[in-house]
Write a protein of this length. Sequence first.
Lengths: 468, 63
Amino acid sequence: MSAAEDLLLGDGPAERIAAAVRAGKIAARAVAEAALAHIAAKDCVVNAFTDVTRERALAEADAVDAARAAGRDPGPLAGVPYAVKNLVDIAGLPTRAGSRINRERPSAVRDGAVVLRMKAAGAVLLGALNMGEYAYDFTGENAHDGPSRNPRDPGRMSGGSSGGSGAAVAAGFVPLAVGSDTNGSIRVPSSLCGIFGLKPTFGRVSRAGSFPFVASLDHLGPLARSVRDLAIAYDAMQGHDSADPVSANRHAEPAAPAIEQGATGLRIAVAAGYFERGGAPEAHQAVEVAAASLGVSRRIAIPEAHRARAAAYVITASEGGALHRERLAARAADFDPATRDRFIAGALIPAAWYVQAQRFRRWYRARVLELFREVHVLLAPATPVTAPALGQAVMTLGGTEIPVRANLGLFTQPISFIGLPAAVAPLPRPGGLPIGIQIIAAPWCEADALRVAYELERRGVARAPAAP
Amino acid sequence: MNTKTPFDAEGYVDAALAALGLEVNPEWKPGIIAHFRRTAEIAQAFLDFPLADDDEPAPVFTP
């Protein structure tokens, strides 16, 4: 194995690559070439990438090497390969957003805000990643591009809708990926692919230059194989952007410097009630394992979480359906059959239901924020199950058969509904597939969630090796 | 609209599709109606929930 491959597939790849590139121990170009070769050899199975931007990657890597040679700071992510969910604009490519329709549009003329920020940090873009159509998905399946496959078992789902993002990181193709999360689309693939992920606070990371889904609930965020890598990527991405109407007017609050504090001084509880039932035993056991390691015995119920999920569902269907109304009128047959009927039904939702869901959101936010006066962090399952088989339509939980597609976000929806930051930490299961837990913090306290994730990683409870 | 008193989901879907100018393949209709009926059931979870008049939505739009 070459030095570059060793860095890509080893632990904490982003941090180690950036350190090696910054120190002149390895060229960013060598790292990019190794990552491109790995993708060329393995992505025929995983299907994480829809576009590989080889020429751009080599040019960006050369620019990093040139900056270093000239004595300029090549950035905190110098030479670190990454890729973005294909709903983020990449100059020169159509932003397909997982759809057939959008790929016929003209190519993006400029990069999305998050790509510009990653580039400014010295990261090297390798391409665009597969996703569920228009992000209305928890499975990673896609009728147009084929499914993203789970690198830990290619017969299984990656999770979605940021399926390519989860798969590309778990496969070791890239140390970092950018995903979007409206109801769980970063957290579900992080859990099923066994990697770390962060859905930041709503408004923290600019969505400018990304194809929308649900304006009230859309977030962008990073996926990675170590907590430090996740924090460095998040720090590169965060910050106010007037081009995103929901971007919070706050200064960047770097999280990476804080994570080594670990869980010391943080009050942590297990999310009780709704979050303690409804999943397979391994989903709830993962939370108990993490809680035991952290010495957490406190349990706090999040009130009315089932209503929060219902309201998130209706807001999603309604805003998503309205966004796509003209496309549904003109080209419904070109939609993925897995999203089409749901988008059409969503477009028909009475305004009174939608407004009531938004009003409930306000009520729920106030109740949940009260809990954060008592604790800093809540632990909950990320997904109700480990990765289902590709094409699997139903699963049996608690003796009841329920649809896979609608229920993978059972535990993530009530959290993103009010924009709380949530990290996912993956727990390996010997002889089985990994499963993640959510580490949920108060608004604008991403660092608290990352500190707990780091503590679990340091204790060996959470771990995200590259898939063999 | 209250799903506790049965309503004509098929009729509603037809009327709303017409109002929005959406013509759909008849083969998709059962799926659309099923999704709408399911959405109505899900919505009941918060439509039944008592809220005060000052529980207003919290839009982030800033003029």
